[in-house]
Design a protein around this ligand. Sequence first.
Ligand code: KG4
Ligand code: ZN
Length: 357
Amino acid sequence: MSLTAPLVLGIESSCDETGVGIVRGTELLVNAVASSMEEHVRFGGVIPEIASRAHLDAFVPTLSAALKDAGVSLDEIDAIAVTSGPGLSGALMVGGSAAKALALATGKPLYAINHLVAHVGVGILDGGELPENLGALLVSGGHTEILQVNSLTDDVRLLGATIDDAAGEAYDKVARLLGLGYPGGPVIDRIAKEGDPKAIRFPRGLTLPKFIGTAEEPGKHRHDFSFSGLKTAVARCVEQYQNRGEEVPVADIAAGFQEAVVDVITSKAVRACQEHGLTNLMLGGGVAANSRLRELLAARCASAGITLRVPPRNLCTDNGAMVAALGAQLVAGGVSPTGLKFSTDSGQPVSLVSLVA
Ligand code: KG4
Ligand code: ZN
């Protein structure tokens, strides 16, 4: 196998996207994704059992489409990489089992890799190298983290994470409260533009001095997030209007909610970067599509001297190409494959970039 530009097949199934990507070194050949989002609409959020069954149905067609589009055969692949966690247990098991079966049938080396680090891995697909002093802000329906990326293949640290709901989950739950449907992010993003973000001020989670502390004596949740109190505040606010028999000002509530989410995310991300000497920040996850997040993050990064990188939208959301990209880096870095004897881990920490056999 070519160690400098290995041909790697990546498999992603940690949430509701079945992704198969193929990468040659740092070149993206194909990024095939099947989403089960439509099947979750009537429930207002991802139902793990439905997602798992959908992965089972979608895996083989998605794999076939990816190989066909890339014009490569399974024989030519140098290695297989699969997301082993974090994510939904049942969903991870479907991708993990499929990857093991493929590796067993083909005899190819198998890498069981970290989903969060893979989000950062897409950075190598445009330009080949990640910058030094790199931080990552990952915001999606399933996760909300700030990472310090010293080395993509063996030194990634978690600086902060949500202690309850993920940012996208908060969007989805608030959209449901406002009767706006699922997924909540895009519709709140749109409706918020018609509202006044200052009309109603919602709480900013984990921003009180007792949580933040100081740079010298950091509080326990200095870089962490919490969105469940905000969701409850929105629910109370809606109730108050309803109890008074008044019309609920949906656009103002959407705008005020969005401002609270985006204000906290951007200020915490910039503070974490500044305190850890991170001069580059990569944004990832489905919420990266949010127009206000992009606007405020760009402005705050610019004033703090931080260079912001936002990958194209289809590489921000969950996909197999990011898994293949990280897999290719592991192969090129001479990291040993995981092999077939591993268990998927819904709570896999970022310190485990790939599982050790
Ligand atoms: O990364 P992703 O596609 O997959 C999961 O984590 O499942 O992220 C989906 C999440 C959903 O919660 C959705 O509401 C949110 O990303 N999202 C947005 C926007 N577009 C998608 N949130 C805020 N603003 C948006 N424009
Ligand atoms: Zn993700």
